[in-house]
Design a protein around this ligand. Structure first.
Ligand code: AP5
Ligand code: MG
Length: 188
């Protein structure tokens, strides 16, 4: 069993590396940002509640995230474990994740943290914004997302450092170079 989370600022490459990780290690992928965008696209009640928040780069409330995750974690078909992307994003969510995993007798093995300088994140996201169609890939919202990250998400690192499962990874380089660094941690 391998339950891990991938962590890092907006544009760090979490989604990009996740695709490679889930394929190699056969993990169930739980990406809260993707799930929320699916809710928006489907026009659901949840989607309507979060649409504006995401567009402006804020964080969705903990309770909405919890309800959405409970639905997914307990209904997915079994694999070798879970890969969480974009969650936990606050210290409260870190405690939530412990609780959710405890309920199914599991625990998090690593927090894989992609370290990428802020300007490179901005450059990547502005470039992606040309084709992504994401409402939050514009310069103004990217800046807000980075501020939210610094204020609310970065403190999550400390929680996992204290647990001894925080694994920093240099997130600068080619996609394959970065994946090799992640494999080194996961294969040991
Ligand atoms: P979310 O979808 O999680 O977005 P994010 O964290 O802002 O990060 P991104 O998905 O933009 O970046 P990424 O790190 O995945 O990078 P990617 O691989 O795409 O969240 C969106 C919103 O939803 C939040 O702002 C919030 O409102 C809400 N939300 C989500 N989860 C929540 C939660 N738990 N609680 C509350 N609210 C929540 O790469 C970026 C670009 O760079 C791509 O174009 C990619 O091709 C390129 N790239 C990747 N790697 C490289 C490389 N090595 N070299 C060159 N280019 C690269
Ligand atoms: Mg992503």
């Amino acid at each position: 069993m391998l339950n891990i989370a991938i962590f890092g600022p907006p544009g760090a490459g979490k989604g990009t590396q996740s695709a490679k990780i889930i394929e190699k290690y056969n993990l169930t992928y739980i990406a809260t940002g993707n799930l929320l965008r699916e809710e928006i696209a489907s026009g659901s009640n949840l989607g309507k509640k979060v649409e504006d928040i995401i567009k402006h780069g804020g964080l969705v409330s903990e309770i909405l995230i919890l309800e959405m995750l409970e639905e997914h974690i307990f209904s997915e078909k079994p694999t070798n474990g879970f890969l969480f992307d974009g969650f936990p994003r606050t210290r409260v969510q870190a405690y939530m994740l412990d609780g959710l995993l405890l309920k199914i007798n599991k625990k998090l093995k690593y927090l894989i943290s992609l370290e990428v300088p802020q300007q490179l994140c901005i450059d990547r996201l502005i470039k992606r914004g040309l084709t992504s169609g994401r409402s939050d890939d514009n310069e103004e919202t990217i800046k807000k997302r980075l501020i939210e990250y610094e204020e609310k998400t970065e403190p999550v690192m400390k929680f996992y450092k204290e647990k001894g499962i925080y694994k920093p990874i240099n997130g600068v380089g080619t996609v394959d170079e970065i994946f090799k660094r992640i494999e080194k941690v996961l294969d040991n």
